[in-house]
Design a protein around this ligand. Structure first.
Ligand SMILES: CSC[C@H]1O[C@H](OP(=O)(O)O)[C@H](O)[C@@H]1O
Ligand SMILES: Nc1ncnc2[nH]cnc12
Length: 294
């Protein structure tokens, strides 16, 4: 049965490479947060934008000390959940795998291919097993708003595309880059998985603004990607990203109905372990992110 419960959204922003702060926040306060999975990448920045509550987390920490494979994704997502976040905007630097997605373009990706090999990808474990659906990993309601606001700000944008997530930290070989192109992938990065999986398990809406910084290493007329090249474009992209966030958050923060399907109800019917077979300690820990169903 659909519920008519109203939600006052809290918007979480995860800032990627080159985005270690957001501006325009009122009543700003950096606060430490601990979770059963450890500490997030940095303190969380709490504040309001046009009266809408926001929480910002620099994905790699301020100054970028943490590489993709060592990010504590579970702590990052759990900390945002505990802070009351309902909707996550992930901002990420990506390489382009298509000619028409030139550096400077924003891509609202709607699919991921996860090639990560070395990351904790679930909150659930032995003692309480759950299988959430990931067929549609991003929230189209968030994409609708981001697309409209980017259009109004004249930010070059493509809606739709597949983000292939590699383990890194090295960039790809040319053969790998060509392989991902042959799969039809649009952009490449190192961070959005397992982030999107964990956001789904924690029943938060998730969307990525993938900001193209380079043509990876497949393009005949462009040099293979370097950090220097990424940072150079990222600084320009960051101005657009900040403007987009500032425009989108007041719209996304409007009171709305709880979605009766999708991310906000991802755990309905997802837990397969019978109540009597659940490990009490594991369940207690999971309540940090899933107390609605436990
Ligand atoms: C500095 S280039 C590689 C680095 O940038 C991207 O991170 P993020 O998604 O946090 O912007 C990419 O995934 C790599 O981690
Ligand atoms: N070409 C690339 N590969 C992986 N991650 C990236 N982040 C930005 N550009 C990238």
């Amino acid at each position: 049965m659909a519920e008519n419960k109203m939600v006052k959204p809290v918007i979480g922003v995860i800032g990627g490479s080159g985005l270690y702060e957001i501006d325009g926040l009122k009543d700003r306060q950096w606060r430490r947060c601990e979770t059963p999975w450890g500490e997030p990448s940095d303190e969380l920045l709490f504040g309001t934008l046009d009266g809408v509550s926001c929480v910002f987390l620099p994905r790699h920490g301020r100054g970028h000390p943490i590489p993709p494979s060592e990010l504590n994704f579970r702590a990052n997502i759990a900390a945002l959940k505990k802070a009351g976040v309902t909707d996550i905007l992930s901002l990420s630097a990506v390489g382009s795998l298509k000619e028409e997605l030139e550096p400077g373009r924003f891509v609202l990706v709607d699919q991921f291919i996860d090639l990560c090999q070395n990351r904790k990808r679930s909150f659930f474990e032995k003692g309480c097993v759950a299988h959430v659906g990931m067929a549609d990993p991003v929230s189209h309601r968030l994409l609708d708003v981001l697309e409209k606001e980017a259009h109004d700000l004249s930010i070059p944008l493509k809606r739709g595309g597949t983000y292939v997530v590699i383990e890194g930290p090295q960039f790809s070989t040319r053969a790998e880059s060509e392989l991902y192109r042959s799969w039809g992938c649009s952009v490449i990065g190192m961070t959005n998985m397992p982030e999107a999986r964990l956001a789904r398990e924690a029943e938060m809406n998730y969307a990525t603004v993938a900001m193209v910084t380079d043509y990876d290493c497949w393009h005949d007329e462009h040099e293979a990607v370097t950090v220097e090249a990424v940072i150079k474009i990222m600084q320009k992209n960051a101005d657009h990203a900040r403007a987009l966030i500032k425009a989108a958050i007041p719209v996304l923060g409007q009171e709305r109905e709880l979605c009766s399907s999708g991310a906000e109800r991802a755990l309905d019917n997802a837990i397969i372990t019978a109540p009597q077979a659940r490990d009490e300690k594991v369940v207690e820990t999971l309540k940090f992110i899933a107390d609605r169903v436990l």
